[in-house]
Design a protein around this ligand. Structure first.
Ligand SMILES: Cc1ncc(C[n+]2csc(CCOP(=O)(O)OP(=O)(O)O)c2C)c(N)n1
Ligand SMILES: [Mg+2]
Length: 792
């Protein structure tokens, strides 16, 4: 039977129109989220909550094109920090975010101001915040994806993903971007897209006009495809009309700052400016005159990055070209669609209550329905929902979601320790020997060896990774022979490169090291393969990559940092090479357990611990600060638990001892010599080996917190260690690092500390001279003991 003709079927809304409506929704929700945090939620401290409505508005169409059309579940995406609310709104529309966290934007437990893997949950692929780092991270995560797949690890049953950064244009001012570009080129990185929200504004100002010509060339030089999306379809259509050429030239030549100002002023200002220059062109008049002020403003702000169809088309085209890294320069207007669009001061600008009221009307949002998913949209809910369900990105990557599960790597009970008895050895060479031995990949070490990935910024050989690399090879997507070896030229390093290699050799830029460690330290969640990444670097140059190191830890990446040589062990190199502050960084950096062993038996315990701790749910990244100073290796048994907890008595004190000497790292012999002399007069003196001020301090804080919380018996390792000493006993401590590292020990039990360690920039020299110069030689230790005992 035919359907009765009278039953009218509403024509389905076009996909383009649905997309446009959902974009409106993103604009509303992101604006409202920030407004709610600032104006609706009670403010208890008088501080501005903040948020970036203009930064969000700028990239709505870019994000809509990516998330609603182009991205596939396997893609990994870094969203520019200030577009956090747009990201949350997208997830909300996909049913992956709740209202409560959005209502709590920037409040404790609410959605984070900038997307955070740890705090916002598994929908976030990469945390962002410190500009530039999230962008560069995608290049390293793409490299690591290749590494994992070429080694046949992880979820090879899932398709490989693209690594996409949605970047602010000011992010390209950060030097780390260019370091990453160079490194990416060397490694022939594929499957990376950087989509730049080119609103030509940063925080303070409008950026210079000619800059992007330069930047475009730079990308091309690095082998990237560059796609510039300057104008949208409306403007392109106008340009195609008679006289349109002149209009195009006029906009092309319009300085960024003038364009921004006219955008802010609106249609009448546009008309005046255009006609002042082009009023005599009949073609231009034919384009401009019939338009109302609003229509003219809409036309003149129809940039590529605000035209979703243009965006989608460009992304599709690049997709079809394959895996070449591609940079999209999408022209946008900061604050597009909001009252402060284009204003140079809009970065942290917030809509006033009045402006929000008008915006609400424009968006057709009823009071009390601000968070309703489809409120104010013209299309029927069923169509909007069907659209969202049809987005490729709406599919689940795996039943468990975006964060993949990955099996643990078995860590043998002990590591293969070189013969120590009667030998002099440094912790650095001990590290190299143990790793090389694991690198044989035999027996119990086979699985461990297969999952270790090493990397170093041009200090592989000088940090003793050479023997490991000789055994496991250098990673490269293409097999490349070792020319020296093939030509039978003698060299201790055999560096054939292949897709099976397990060492990634980096150029010298330390931020790249930490970004790579960050990416490799997330593989368990991003690829389903657990890697045990180890990066070596000279200790002083940890500072050079510090922001990227903190960034990696902030994402809870799991890796082992080995920094060596350290302190005055770099004595002949002189001044700036002598790291002083790194032990303090180790104490203060969150999600990074830091250690400095003196002897190789301690190192072996800590290295084993690192492999386990990097995999533990409540674990973290690990840092070992090592030295090239060779020390006699004592024949002894040490308690692994104490070494891991941060310290053990090399010689226990007598009960009620008046004094003890504590040491950390390669100054053990100086402490031991002073100890031997002091013992003649103070038989009860103890000698404390401090393997981790960081763990001791963290344990102490945790125990105090627990006791405050009612757990009265809670006691920390350092409290137990120091308990045998008399209440007013003195501790003379020494390390090759800033003395503040130990100064706090006196607070644990009300004892007195005389902390020794360099606190000035170094000189060059040999160890006897420099230890004396900086007061960490045995004479100074003894003097400090005398001072402690006589109470000066
Ligand atoms: C390393 C770093 N320096 C400074 C800041 C403070 N800051 C946040 S956003 C911003 C400007 C960002 O401009 P852009 O990347 O162009 O973003 P958009 O215009 O899209 O907001 C600055 C300076 C930061 N987050 N990170
Ligand atoms: Mg900008």
């Amino acid at each position: 039977m035919n359907k009765p003709l009278t039953m009218a079927v509403a024509p389905a809304t076009s996909r383009e129109e649905l997309l446009r409506q959902l974009e409106r929704k993103l604009l509303w929700l992101s604006g409202w989220m920030v407004h709610h945090a600032n104006h609706i939620r009670p403010n208890r401290d008088g501080l501005k909550v903040g948020g970036h409505q203009a930064s969000c508005a700028s990239c709505i169409s870019i994000m809509a094109a990516v998330y609603f059309e182009i991205a596939r579940p396997q893609d990994r995406i870094a969203v520019k920090p200030h577009a956090g609310p747009v990201f949350h709104a997208i997830n909300y529309l996909f049913g992956r975010q709740e209202v409560a966290p959005m209502e709590g934007l920037r409040a404790l437990g609410g959605a984070q101001s900038y997307p955070s893997r740890v705090k916002d949950g598994p929908e976030v692929d990469f945390s962002t915040g410190s500009v530039g780092l999230g962008v560069a991270m995608t290049s390293f995560s793409a490299l690591i994806q290749d590494y994992v797949r070429l080694h046949g690890l992880g979820r090879t049953d899932l398709p490989a993903g693209r690594h996409i950064a949605i970047a602010g244009d000011a992010e390209l001012d950060e030097g780390n971007i260019y370091e990453a570009l160079l490194e990416g080129w060397k490694h022939d990185v594929r499957d990376v897209w950087w989509i730049i929200d080119y609103n030509r504004q940063s925080l303070d100002s409008v950026v210079p006009d000619r800059l992007f010509g330069r930047i475009e060339g730079l990308f091309r030089d690095m082998g990237w495809n560059v796609v510039t999306l300057k104008y949208g379809r409306k403007l392109e259509a106008a340009f195609a009309r008679a006289g349109g050429d002149g209009l195009r030239r006029w906009i092309d030549d319009c300085p960024n700052s003038l364009y921004s100002a006219l955008t802010f002023q609106g249609g009448a200002a546009w008309r005046q400016a255009i006609l002042a220059d082009l009023g005599r062109s009949a073609g231009v008049r034919a384009i401009v005159d019939p338009l109302s002020d609003d229509e003219l403003a809409t036309l003149m702000t129809n940039l590529g990055g605000h035209d979703t169809e243009t965006m989608i088309e460009a992304l599709r085209e690049a997709d079809a070209l394959g895996d070449q890294p591609t940079c999209f320069i999408a022209y946008t207007i900061k604050g597009m669609g909001l009252p402060f669009a284009g204003h140079k001061d809009n970065h942290a600008g917030l809509m006033t209550k009045e402006q929000m009221g008008l915006f609400r009307q424009e968006m057709r949002i009823r009071q009390g329905h601000e968070w309703d998913r489809f409120e104010g949209l013209a299309a029927p809910e069923s169509e909007l929902q069907a659209f969202l369900d049809s987005c490729p990105f709406a599919a689940k990557l795996t039943p468990e979601g975006r964060a993949l599960a990955s099996p643990l790597i078995a860590v043998p009970a002990t590591l293969p320790v070189p013969k120590l008895a009667g030998r002099k050895m440094s912790t650095q060479s001990g590290f190299g020997d143990i790793l090389a031995e694991i690198g044989r990949g035999q027996g119990a070490y086979a699985e461990l060896a297969a999952h270790i990935l090493t990397t170093s910024p041009d200090v592989t050989v000088s940090t003793n990774l050479g023997p490991w690399v000789n055994r496991r090879g250098v990673f490269d997507r293409h097999t490349r022979n070792d020319v020296f070896r093939d030509s039978k030229l003698a060299s201790a390093q055999r560096w054939g490169m292949s897709p099976k290699g397990q060492h990634i050799e980096l150029g010298i830029a330390e931020q790249n090291l930490f970004l790579l460690l960050g990416a490799a330290g997330l593989t368990h969640a991003l690829t389903g393969a657990r890697l045990l990444p180890i990066g070596t670097v000279y200790d002083p140059f940890v500072n050079r990559g510090l922001d990227a190191l903190i960034y990696a830890c902030y994402q809870d990446a799991r890796f082992l940092l080995v920094s060596t040589p350290s302190g005055l062990s770099l004595a002949p190199e002189g001044g700036q090479h002598q790291s002083i502050n790194t032990p303090l960084i180790g104490m203060a950096a969150d999600r990074l357990a830091s250690f400095e062993p003196s002897h190789v038996d301690e190192l072996a315990i800590l290295l084993r611990h690192a492999f386990a701790h990097m995999q533990a749910p409540d674990g973290s990244a690990v840092w070992l600060r090592l030295s090239t100073r060779q020390l006699d290796q004592p024949p002894r048994e040490v308690d692994p638990a104490s070494v891991i907890a941060g310290g053990h008595w090399a010689v226990p004190p007598a009960a009620g001892a008046r004094i003890a000497i504590g040491y950390q790292g390669p100054v053990a012999p100086e402490a031991a010599a002073a100890f031997a002399e002091l013992r003649a007069e103070e038989p009860g003196v103890g000698l404390l080996a401090i393997t981790s001020p960081d763990r001791l301090h963290a344990g102490w804080l945790a125990a105090m917190r627990a006791r405050r919380g009612g757990n009265r018996p809670a006691v920390s390792h350092v409290e137990r260690l120091l308990a045998p000493l008399a209440p007013g006993a003195a501790l003379v401590t020494v390390l090759d690092g800033h003395p503040a590292t130990h100064a706090w020990l006196g607070a644990v039990r009300g004892q007195r500390v005389i902390p020794l360690g360099p606190d000035h920039f170094g000189q060059s020299g040999d160890i006897p001279d420099l230890y004396r110069e900086y007061g960490i030689d045995s004479d100074t230790v003894l003097d400090a003991c005398a001072q402690a005992l006589i109470g000066v």
